[in-house]
Design a protein around this ligand. Sequence first.
Ligand code: PLP
Length: 451
Amino acid sequence: DINNSSPVFDPGHIVFPGLPRLLSGHTDVHLREGIIRAFADNTPNSESAFFTADLSQVYAQHARWVKNLPDVEPFFAIKSNPDPYVLRLLAGLGTGFDCASHNEIRQVLDLGVDPSRIIFANPCKPTSIIRFAAMESVNVMTFDNADELVKIARSHPKAKLVIRILTDDSKSLYRLGLKFGVPVSAVPTLLMKAQELKLDVVGVSFHVGSGCMDSNVFGDAIGRAKQAFVMGSALGYEFTILDVGGGFEDAEFEKMAAVLREAIDVHFPERKNIRVIAEPGRFFVTRAFTLAVNIIARRVVRTDGNDEETPQVMYYINDGVYGSFNSVLFERETVHPYVVTLNGSFPSSSSLAREPLVPSSVWGPTCDSTDYVCPLVKLPLGLKVGDWLGFRGMGAYTLCTTTQFNGFEPSQVVYYTSGIEGSMEASATRRVLAGMMKRESRGIMATYSAS
Ligand code: PLP
């Protein structure tokens, strides 16, 4: 029933051994390609939801970071999206990595990243993993309590420690301060404990919280970090790391960067011996991923058109809050679908604009009634079972937070590189990835011939 012909792909795609084909083109081309394939296929789960990942967007975000914060080294927070292509690309671009667990450290080291490019940024770590970090020479790690210091003194006495302080995250959607961070007033006590245990504290970190739209929080946080630096030097420590954490929002990035640059200049005018690092997660990946979902069922609950606040149609899609929309359940995030197919066809924008919209709700595939993705959204009345919806900006805390509740599989990813404003990002992205893959295969060959 599909009215468009199959898209043509650039024959210059890269094939990485053991990894999927890297396509070129644009998001909608690849959504359409996946959808056409699903329509043609009749096997179980052929209409599964899937992501398209535009790796050039990750490249472009990196360029944006370097332009706006040239003196702040990004350590990508892998928790936001541990996708193997994203990690390879960022490793090839020279970023560091913020890891919080054994598997995250392992994944980054396996790419051939030097342990000095990792910060173990989890203030509460299992002792066995602190020991593992010591064995792998991952030395820089955060702490925010005395018991952690005792564990580190026993398991990794040569660690280079970064004290995580509490900042004002009251305006953030994800308030990390509820769980981590020592108030600045308690910093001296904790530093004295570190001294007693003969531990080396080398810096200060904070996290303003995720989903914060107020750029001024960075100014306040840098002021608090400066106080902690002063407290450190009063005790004889000479800190060399200022870690400004994550929480960089795509829409606010330029503003946040400006506030941060200015605050660093004000509070750390002389910073020859200070390395400023950050732990951005969502900033690098949110934009790059789009999710396509299939309408697997539909229920018309009422036909009168007067009430705008009550859904008229319930749509059931094949990914939900126990899958890629986990943040809708836990963080009350809101997501907005767009129509990809309408009554079995890819609609033109003008025909879509003519469609009457009705209040609708969108539900996930599990048998749980908390599994609703959009409680109230306007969608065309012509949407039918088998049609596809898209969700943009799905790159952060989506693939990595899915569960397999009710036996539903995580959505798979189709990779590509688009040419954003020309083809510069696309070809540069491919070059960096190809370089990484070459290095990796040389590593594999070396291991092979040594054994
Ligand atoms: N660093 C730490 C310690 C975190 O806990 C997080 C997120 O939870 C991040 C960095 C990444 O934050 P964001 O994705 O908002 O940049």
